[in-house]
Design a binder for this molecule. Structure first.
Ligand code: URA
Length: 491
């Protein structure tokens, strides 16, 4: 047996280096023991580091994409699986395309579980405010299922650049001081305060976005698995909300419109940093362009150029791949859940979009996703917030933000999801149906395709029509991907 030694929390690159050595030694997969620091194996011996394989190693892009995620899984046998696939790839370059192969099924399942855990961490981390010598600091306790702290930390840096924060997990902790990201060993739940004032806001948000008429307990648990509940203050209300759902549904039907919740205003004030100069000017020409995408995100929170900020929790900036992604998807505006979470496409329309992207063979990790309008426009109905379409002037005012986002990101191709995004991005005057058939240009000259908005599919009452339209939506996305692969540069 040959031992491949890895650090205690190995990264994909650690594994790659070790795997290269194993191939150089021509070590067959069943001859290798993968050991992370701290484990012992009496029969193993260490190999010489940094060996040169006799022949070049073949790795496909598909393998790297999946393996780099699977390497973060908590399965102790993951590195052996990765190596077995790498070994087999040397004989069969098309192995990754064999969706029925047991190893490929397994690695895809590991990668999917890691992506899901990352997604949940993005959405479910709840910060508590503490006072430190350097002023307020935001700390959160989180229990990921896999080794994803380093991978997700970059996301939190982008999202909360202006805050000093720490995320403590049992395995490792990540810290941001406004300038540098650092890591330290894991901690305990008791390192983070159990309660703080904003927990009430989370509970109030959750209660207000909970729609008793749409309650599906199994689907809710799939979206918000119980594993994460204990660190999310809002989940305390779930049992009562479920119990009272049917009575509330009856009351809701009879409810008349009411004015916006006071709490939303209070929470909004917390999300907008106090030191931001408020941006009031409604047109772009005399507004100072932001120096970076992060500056833009920060400045966006202070936008008061139209009235939509008033009833929204926060502005929702675009996110995803920030440097020349294959595609940038532009939706209409954040919905109820996006407004609360601060991320685009995390609610029901986002779920449809995720399914369609998967069916089109597009990884959400290749995309930047944003919206034409950055604040959630809605009308109160009882305790619910009903989506309202932004009007032409709101779209026009917000165009400044989306145009600057796309100028920073430089996608190969932009996809307008629905008529509002098309109106914002281009001067095209035809129908959306006609627009779907061609590659257009944005006002700035970038390649643009258009398709329907995923929420259109949610609104179709008839199952057959929904299926047919979903298939067309998937076909549009595939076509966009193909065009993007042909387009060398935008603008
Ligand atoms: N609809 C959109 O257009 N964007 C989102 O982010 C969510 C729903």
């Amino acid at each position: 047996m040959i031992t491949a030694n890895l650090p205690r929390i190995p990264t994909f690159d650690d594994w790659r280096r070790a795997a290269r050595n194993m191939l150089a030694l021509a070590a067959k997969p069943d001859e290798v023991v993968w050991r992370t620091e701290g484990e012992t194996d009496l029969f193993a011996r260490a190999p010489t580091p940094n060996l040169q394989p006799a022949t070049p190693i073949f790795v496909s892009r598909a393998f790297i994409e999946v393996a780099s995620k699977a390497a973060l899984h908590s399965d102790p046998h993951r590195f052996a699986l990765l190596y077995r696939i790498l070994w087999r790839l040397q004989q069969n370059r098309a192995l990754m395309d064999d969706a029925a192969d047991r190893d490929i099924v397994h690695i895809n399942a590991l990668a999917k579980s890691v992506r899901r855990d990352e997604h949940k961490m993005h959405a479910f981390v709840r910060f508590k405010e503490i006072t430190s010598a350097d002023g307020p600091r935001y700390v959160a306790w989180f229990e990921p299922q896999h080794h994803i702290v380093a991978e997700t930390a970059e996301f939190f840096v982008r999202r909360f650049t202006g805050m000093n924060w720490s995320i403590v997990t049992p395995e490792a902790s990540a810290h941001w001081d406004g300038e540098a990201l650092s890591f330290s060993p894991g901690g305990a739940r008791t390192d983070v305060p159990a309660e703080d004032a904003r927990d009430d806001d989370w509970r109030a948000y959750y209660e207000s976005m909970f729609n008793p008429a749409r309650l599906k307990v199994a689907a809710m648990k799939r979206e918000m698995p119980k594993h994460y509940w204990r660190n999310m203050p809002e989940t305390e209300c779930i049992p009562d909300l479920i119990k009272s759902a049917s009575t509330r549904t009856e009351n809701m039907v009879a409810a008349t419109p009411s004015s916006p919740r006071k709490r939303a205003g209070a929470a909004h004030a917390k999300i907008v940093p106090k030191d931001l100069p408020i941006r009031l000017e409604p047109v772009a020409e005399h507004a100072k362009p932001p120096a970076s995408l992060n500056d833009l995100r920060r400045a966006l929170q202070a936008c008061r150029a139209c009235p939509l900020w008033r009833d929204a929790t926060q502005a929702v900036p675009g996110e995803g791949v920030e440097e020349e992604p294959l595609l940038a998807l532009v939706g209409e505006q954040p919905g109820d859940q996006e407004d609360l979470a601060g991320h685009p496409f995390v609610g029901p329309a986002g779920k449809v979009l995720d399914r369609a992207l998967e069916a089109a063979g597009i990884d959400r990790g290749e995309l930047f996703a944003t919206n034409a309008v950055k604040h959630f426009k809605h009308e109160p109905r009882g305790k619910r917030r009903l989506h309202m379409r932004p009007n032409a002037s709101e779209v026009e005012i917000c165009r400044w933000w989306v145009a600057h986002e796309l100028a920073f990101v430089k996608p190969r191709l932009i996809v307008a999801l629905g008529a509002t995004a098309l109106q914002s991005l281009s001067t095209y005057k035809g129908t959306l149906t006609k627009a779907r058939e061609q590659t257009l240009k944005t006002r700035e000259g970038a390649a643009l395709r258009a398709t329907v908005h995923p929420s259109y599919l949610l609104r179709l009452p008839d199952e057959d029509a929904r299926e047919a339209e979903f298939a067309r939506f998937v076909a549009d996305l595939k076509q966009a991907k193909q065009v993007a692969e042909r387009v060398r540069s935008v603008a």
